[in-house]
Design a binder for this molecule. Structure first.
Ligand code: PMP
Length: 448
């Protein structure tokens, strides 16, 4: 390996990073992570910290999952690649479809379309939604609805349904026909409603209103995260998702759940759909499907899609990726599914999630800079920071970075996104390591 100075200098000089400006990565050099084990990461300067980010919400089983590593290396040895485009397929991808059907049957989803990641899964869902309506002779249904503050990846379709201006404005014009509904975000919402259940009803009324305004027969699908993730961990009231499902059903609109974060156990349930007791028509998954060890995703498809696409000679899918059904990704995913079940990480996610959430609420008692703490459903927690609790005025631009750095020095990597500190550690987190994250955060806030 090249020495530390070489790596630091060339990172800033030659590499453009996602979600940051080239100038920022030069002026504020990122941590160079060179090793990982268990739930810990090591940087080039010799620090070892608990990874409270869990890679990027994806390393659910931690960094030492030998079964998955072995599956990847065995598959590489046996057959490193073969495509699943028309005329060929591969054994690992078939086996994975078979396992996924079993895991997702309670969500009403049986078929899989494989992708290379979350943005691909979203793009596939949006395209297939339009095609579904065309195949049914309802070609006017082309528009998409989504939630403000929702995150749906970076492709043009995904960015168009994205509900955060930071990921949109620089890339406009985006796809026409995408409309955004207020999110069930109790801390800040246009209705000034602080009761989560009442707010859920108001957001659903806004959804109905938008559908009436656009005309239901122009809308292909509604896409939403069951718990908004990148937008700041926003769990809706439990009535929200079932009401959205009902509205979509009444208006012939497909419901796509974007579960790139929430599928495979992160919420303390197998999926966000199962957490809220709904059956989506399509579910976007990626990230933890391979524990972050290989870029891979799966769009899961339900009965309505099956009815319209299968046995229909006109239903040619003019969409797919070179890496759809990549055998190494499929082998990794098979091992991850088995380990997720064997280690019972979903129950652990629920328990440790409660510990972290309660711990963050306790920090809120101590530090006025904490305006809101959200979580309580598995290992997805956010701390929203404000400069004034009464007015909820935003914090200064450098505050989040300072807390992040001090927390890192104290032993935990956390992610700062806008005003939020986001915690999404591996689901195999121990009680002790959850405690360590909270102690490090405490020191991070105390450092201000
Ligand atoms: N949808 C959601 C809900 C996500 O959180 C993400 C990634 N954070 C994506 C889509 C995009 O996934 P990817 O970065 O793998 O393309």
């Amino acid at each position: 390996m090249k020495d530390s100075n070489f790596l630091k200098e060339n990172n800033g000089r030659l590499m453009w990073h996602p979600m940051t400006s080239p100038k920022d990565s030069r002026d504020n050099p990122p941590k160079i992570i060179t090793g990982s084990s268990g739930v810990r990461i090591q940087d080039i300067d010799g620090h070892s910290v608990v990874d409270a980010v869990g890679g990027l919400w994806n390393v659910n089983l931690g960094y030492s999952c030998d079964v998955v590593k072995q599956a990847i290396s065995d598959q590489l040895e046996k057959m490193p690649y073969y495509s699943t485009f028309r005329g060929s397929t591969n054994d690992a991808a078939i086996e994975l479809s078979f396992e996924l059907e079993k895991f997702f049957a309670p969500d009403g989803l049986s078929r899989a379309f494989f992708t290379s990641g979350g943005s691909d899964s979203v793009e596939t869902a949006l395209r297939l939604a339009r095609q579904y309506h065309k195949l049914r002779g309802d070609a006017g249904r082309v528009k998409f609805l989504s939630l403000k503050k929702g995150y749906h990846g970076t492709h043009m379709g995904g960015a168009s349904v994205n509900g955060n201006a930071n990921f949109r404005t620089a890339y406009e014009p985006l796809l026409p026909g995408c409309y955004h509904i207020p999110a069930p975000y109790t801390y800040r919402n246009p209705f000034n409603e602080t009761d989560p259940e009442k707010l859920a009803h108001l957001c659903v009324a806004a959804l109905e209103d938008e559908i009436a305004f656009q005309g239901a027969n122009t809308i292909a699908a509604m896409i939403m995260e069951p718990i908004l993730g990148a937008g700041g961990v926003i769990p809706p009231h439990k009535s929200f998702a079932p009401m959205v499902r009902d509205v979509c059903d009444r208006h012939g609109i497909l419901l796509i759940t974007d579960e790139v974060i929430t599928a495979y156990g992160r919420t303390g349930a197998w999926s966000g759909a199962r957490l809220w007791g709904i059956k989506p028509d399509m579910m976007c998954t990626a990230k933890a499907i391979t524990n972050g060890y290989f870029p891979f995703g799966a769009l899961m498809l339900g009965d309505k899609m099956v009815e319209v696409f299968e046995d229909n000679p006109a239903a040619k899918i003019g969409h797919g990726y070179t890496y759809s059904g990549h055998p190494v990704g499929a082998a990794a995913a098979l091992a991850c599914l088995a380990e997720t079940k064997r280690l019972n990480v979903i129950d652990n996610a629920a328990e440790r999630g409660t510990q972290l959430y309660q711990g963050c609420l306790a920090l809120m008692e101590k530090y006025d800079i904490i305006g809101d703490v959200r979580g309580g459903h598995g290992l997805m927690t956010a701390i929203e920071m404000v400069s004034d609790r009464a007015t909820k005025a935003p914090i200064g631009a450098d505050i989040g970075g300072k807390i992040q750095e001090a927390t890192y020095e104290a032993g935990a990597m956390v992610r700062v996104s806008g005003p939020n500190i986001i915690l999404s550690p591996p689901l195999v987190l121990s009680q002790e390591d959850a405690g360590l994250i909270l102690t490090a955060l405490d020191k991070g806030f105390a450092s201000l």
